[in-house]
Design a binder for this molecule. Sequence first.
Ligand code: AMP
Length: 284
Amino acid sequence: MEVAKTIESVRSLVKAARGKGKKVGFVPTMGALHIGHIALIEAAVKKCDFVVVSIFVNPTQFGPGEDFKKYPRPLDDDLKICRRAGVDVVFTPTPSQMYARENLTWVNVEKLTDSLCGQFRMEHFRGVTTVCAKLFNIVAPDIAFFGQKDGQQAIVVKRMVADLNMPLEIVICPTVRHSDGLAVSSRNKYLTEQQKKDATLIYKSLQKCEEMIDAGITDSEKIITEMRSLLSRAQSIKIEYISIVDAETLQEMDRLKGKILAAVAVKLGTARLIDNILVDSNKH
Ligand code: AMP
């Protein structure tokens, strides 16, 4: 496994692999790798012949007062995980390489970034789409792998690639969870043992939503009220939003129909946690 610290070195490694006819897979991450990231890497190893993982805590997707500075950066552990998982190249640029001077060019996906996390994290998605566009231009993969865990991000990145005719495929992998249902996240490191237990209510509230849809309930307000009361069982949980939206447009709807995304964001201690599920409400 190679560690490419510069844009030039990752480009030349990918070029050499492509010259041998290899299909290039790419997994962009912010590091602090866990089994959720490993699942993406495994999917890439399975589908591609040459796998690049980037580890870059992207400053432009963090707002003022967010956890950019304290975000965990256990690089040695991350490199071990990548080596074991069969990664070919780990790309570890510095912020000054990725943003060599004042950034004047931004990629903005409209409408899809107005709802859910977009209401609470100003400019977050602009940072995500801009860094993804830069990374796609640098790595030039055939396929990039993202997690359903960040459901809105997955939809926004897919739309950017389609709208800008970027020559790659986006594959979305299922959310990896702990046995108690809590979605695996680098930010779970901020939680105490008690907060981890309380955090299991997040997935329980999403399961409640699915159960209600299964039972034929289509009134989203009614479902959200139930989810809110479930989450309120833990005083430590401060709800940021509970939204049930169309899975393609991310628009809210009073009466549920078709494919929906149910998404929750909460603050728990110093952590901000998000989770979501996709449900086909027509099936029920
Ligand atoms: P991050 O390092 O948090 O930016 O995440 C990098 C990629 O890993 C993103 O595409 C995430 O959606 C994905 N990811 C993070 N946690 C999980 C998880 N629990 N299951 C599946 N994918 C995940």
